[in-house]
Design a protein. Structure first.
Length: 90
């Protein structure tokens, strides 16, 4: 169940936040003294939405750190997999 929550949170944050916004959110999430964080509204250029999402602070921080680890280009697909360094299969 936690992986489904984390996947949805990451998808939403990836779509709506810049890297700088994610870094700021990670810092404020880590610095907060409570166990839970509540997101009440999100605004982007020309649009905004509001609601309430409550989740454990560590879960939000994990989602943000995963997105930051992806870099600014997100996940990259490849055309050819080079597995020559692994030798032959048994």
């Amino acid at each position: 169940m936690e992986s489904l929550k984390l996947s949805g949170i990451k998808s939403f944050l990836r779509r709506t936040k810049t890297t700088a916004e994610l870094e700021a959110l990670a810092a404020s999430t880590f610095a907060s003294a409570t166990e839970e964080v509540t997101i009440t509204s999100i605004g982007t250029e020309g649009t905004s939405s509001s609601g309430q999402i409550s989740m454990p602070k560590w879960l939000l921080l994990e989602a943000i750190e995963d997105l930051l680890a992806e870099g600014t280009h997100g996940r990259q697909l490849f055309a050819i997999a080079d597995r020559s360094r692994y030798g032959t299969a048994v």
